[in-house]
Design a protein around this ligand. Structure first.
Ligand SMILES: [Zn+2]
Length: 121
């Protein structure tokens, strides 16, 4: 006779009676497990959104402060809390230069660790 490990509920660790492919002992364990996963997903989305919104507000503030000539160093941007790892989309301008956006505000990387703030396209 084979000694088969009993299947255990991934939510409460109870031994599952019934089909071998069951993952939960009950419907309530299934829904509580799925709820936890959903909450975790939502909080990750919120964290990323908060970073993007912060990036966007930094770019917005700078564009208001500097008007036309909004060039700043990447170091200064980082000091203000800007996170270069997060952006909503990329595009190129007519000259083929890469632009990074956080919603409707973006930046273009210039030589000498400088960036130029760009308003929506
Ligand atoms: Zn269970």
């Amino acid at each position: 006779m084979m000694n088969i490990e009993p299947n255990k509920c991934i939510e409460c660790d109870e031994v599952i009676i019934g089909r071998i492919d069951k993952k939960y002992c009950s419907d309530s364990c299934r829904s509580s497990h799925n709820n936890k996963r959903r909450v975790l997903n939502q909080s990750n989305v919120k964290k990323v959104n908060m970073i993007l919104v912060k990036n966007r507000s930094i770019l917005y503030d700078l564009s208001i402060r500097f008007q036309e000539d909004s060039v700043i160093t990447t170091f200064q941007l980082k000091l203000m809390g800007f996170d270069f790892a997060f952006f909503t989309h990329q595009t190129t301008d007519r000259r083929g230069r890469l632009l990074f956006f956080c919603y409707d505000f973006g930046y273009q990387q210039l030589n000498g660790n400088k960036v130029k703030i760009i308003r929506n396209i």
